[in-house]
Design a protein around this ligand. Structure first.
Ligand code: GDP
Length: 455
C-alpha cells in the first residue's frame, strides 16, 4: 500500500502544525527530510519515541521541530507512522507537506488514516465514526457518547445480539434441513425469548439515538408570544448578541428567525415567531401560519408574557393552543424589572416550568437553563448509554428492529419457521452492516468522505 501524508492540524496559523506520514516506508521518508540534532538515525528510533531536529530539503533547512515515531502495528493506523511537528505557519506547514510528497508519500484522502486503522483491524466502523464525533463534539454529553462508542461499547452491544441471532440461525438451518427430526434447540418459547431480547436492545439503541440527536443537533425551540412581550429581546439574550430587530412597534418580527444558542449542555435551535394573534395584515397572516407550524414541530416551546401588563385574550389563546399541542414548555414571565400586573399562580396549570426574567437586563438566563435541564433531563441521560453517531447507524438499527418484530409476528401467527428464519437473517445482516462487518465498500467510502483530510 502506498505511503500517505497530510497535515493533521487545522491549516491555520498556530503554535505548531503536525504533518503525519503513514505506510510501510514512512520512516524512510521521514529520514530523508528530518535530521536529528543528536545525530541519531531515525531508522533506529524505537516506536513511541521522539527526537528534536531540522526539517531539510537537501542541504537547505526549512524549519526545526520534533519527529515522533510509531512502529507498526502500534500506531493509529496500524502501519509505521511518523509525525513531524513544525512551526504552525501556513507557508512552512505546506512546505513540509510538499517535502513529504517530493520524497515518496502521496497526499492522503479524507479520513484515510482512520480508514486504514479500520482496515488494519484497529477499530470497527462505528468506532471510526466515533472518531469524527469526538472531533465535532461541542459539549460534555456529546463527547462522552463519542468516547463510549470509540471504546467499542456500541460494537460490543450489537455483536452480542448478533451472536445470539447467528446461533438461532444455525439451529433453524438445521431444522430446515432435517424438519422431521426433533431438534431440541428450537423450543419456540426460547426462540421467542431470544428475539424479544434482541428487539429490546435495538429498541433501546433507537431511543438512545433520539436522546443523542438532541445533544448533537439541538432542541427545536419555538419562542412564542404576542407582539412586544420581548421575544426578540429574549432571543438576543440567549444568543448573546443582537440578532433580531428589537423595536417598540407591535408585530415587527414578521419572518421566522432561526439561530442556535448554547444553554448549559444543550443547544437550542431557536425560532422567534410572529406570535399567533389574529391579524388582517396579509404579511403577518403568513407569519402566524408559519408560527403555528413551528409550534407544532417544536420540541420545546417558550411562551413569553409581558408581566407589566394585564393578560389579554391573545395571551390566553396562546396558553390554550400550546397546552392542546401537549409540548414541553417553559413559561417566561418577562419584564420583571417593571411593576408586576400578573399573578404567577395563573400559569400553574399550563406548565411546570415558570421563570421570571428581564430579557432587557439580561437577567434570568440561569433559571431558563434549569428549566430546560429539568425538561430535557440533565441527569436523566444515562451517561453509560451509547448514543448513536449518525443516521446511517440509526437506519441499520431500525431495519434490524423491524425484521425482529416481523419474526416475532410470524411466530405469533404460527407461520413456518422458514419465514421466521428469513426475517432473522435480514435482521442479522442489518446489524452486521451497522458495525461495518458486512458493510459494502460504498458505505465505507461514504463514511470516510465526511472526514477531514489528515484524520
Ligand atoms: P417582541 O415583539 O415580542 O419580539 O418584543 P421585543 O423584543 O421587540 O420587545 C418589545 C419592547 O419591549 C422593546 O422596547 C424592548 O426593549 C422591551 N423589552 C423587552 N424585554 C424587556 C424587559 O425585560 N424589560 C423591559 N422593561 N422592557 C423590555
Amino acid at each position: 500500500m502506498k505511503d500517505i501524508c497530510a497535515v493533521s492540524t487545522p491549516l491555520a496559523e498556530g503554535g505548531i502544525s503536525v504533518i503525519r506520514i503513514s505506510g510501510e516506508n514512512s520512516i524512510e521518508i521521514a529520514a530523508k527530510i528530518f535530521k536529528t540534532t543528536s545525530g541519531k538515525k531515525i531508522e533506529e528510533m524505537p516506536g513511541y519515541t521522539c527526537a528534536y531536529g531540522n526539517i531539510t530539503d537537501g542541504e537547505r533547512i526549512i524549519d526545526d521541530g520534533v519527529l515522533t515515531v510509531f512502529k507498526a502495528p502500534r500506531s493509529y493506523t496500524g502501519e509505521n507512522v511518523c509525525e513531524i511537528s513544525c512551526h504552525g505557519g501556513i507557508f512552512v506547514t505546506k512546505k513540509v507537506l510538499r517535502l513529504c510528497i517530493k520524497n515518496g508519500a502521496e497526499l492522503a484522502e479524507k479520513g484515510e488514516f482512520t480508514k486504514r486503522a479500520m482496515l488494519n483491524g484497529k477499530m470497527s466502523l462505528t468506532q471510526a465514526e466515533a472518531v469524527m464525533d469526538t472531533i465535532s463534539a461541542q459539549g460534555e454529553y456529546a463527547l462522552n457518547s463519542a468516547n463510549l462508542t470509540r471504546e467499542g461499547r456500541l460494537f460490543k452491544k450489537i455483536s452480542e445480539v448478533n451472536r445470539e441471532l447467528v446461533k438461532i440461525l444455525g439451529e433453524l438451518a438445521a431444522w430446515v434441513d432435517y424438519p422431521e427430526e426433533d431438534l431440541p434447540g428450537i423450543e419456540e418459547e426460547n426462540l421467542r425469548k431470544s428475539l424479544e431480547n434482541a428487539a429490546s436492545v435495538t429498541e433501546k439503541i433507537l431511543a438512545d439515538y433520539d436522546g443523542g440527536m438532541i445533544l448533537k443537533n439541538g432542541i427545536e425551540t419555538c419562542i412564542a408570544g404576542k407582539p412586544n412581550v420581548g421575544k426578540s429581546t429574549l432571543m438576543n439574550m440567549l444568543l448573546g448578541y443582537e440578532r433580531s430587530i428589537v423595536t417598540d412597534v407591535a408585530g415587527t418580527t414578521r419572518d421566522v428567525i432561526e439561530e442556535k444558542a448554547r444553554i448549559g449542555e444543550f443547544i437550542l435551535k431557536l425560532s422567534d415567531t410572529a406570535g399567533i394573534h389574529d391579524t388582517q395584515d396579509t404579511v403577518e397572516k403568513i407569519g402566524v401560519e408559519i408560527a403555528k407550524k413551528k409550534l407544532e414541530n417544536a420540541m420545546l416551546v417558550m411562551e413569553v408574557f409581558d408581566t407589566s401588563r394585564p393578560l389579554d385574550n391573545e395571551d390566553t389563546e396562546l396558553l390554550e393552543y400550546v397546552k392542546d399541542l401537549g409540548k414541553r414548555t417553559v413559561i417566561i414571565l418577562n419584564k420583571s424589572d417593571l411593576e408586576n400586573k400578573i399573578s404567577r399562580e395563573f400559569f400553574t396549570g399550563y406548565s411546570d416550568n415558570i421563570v421570571e426574567i428581564s430579557a432587557k437586563n439580561d437577567e434570568g438566563r440561569e433559571d431558563i437553563q434549569s428549566a430546560v435541564e429539568n425538561l430535557f433531563g440533565f441527569g436523566n441521560y444515562d451517561a453509560d448509554s451509547t448514543i448513536f453517531a449518525n443516521e446511517r447507524q440509526r437506519s441499520c438499527a431500525e431495519k434490524a428492529d423491524k425484521y425482529l418484530k416481523m419474526a416475532l409476528e410470524s411466530l405469533d401467527m404460527g407461520e413456518t419457521l422458514d419465514a421466521v428464519t428469513v426475517m432473522i437473517d435480514y435482521a442479522a445482516n442489518a446489524l452486521l452492516e451497522l458495525t461495518g462487518e458486512k458493510a459494502t465498500e460504498a458505505v465505507v467510502d461514504e463514511v470516510f468522505s465526511k472526514f477531514c483530510v489528515g484524520k
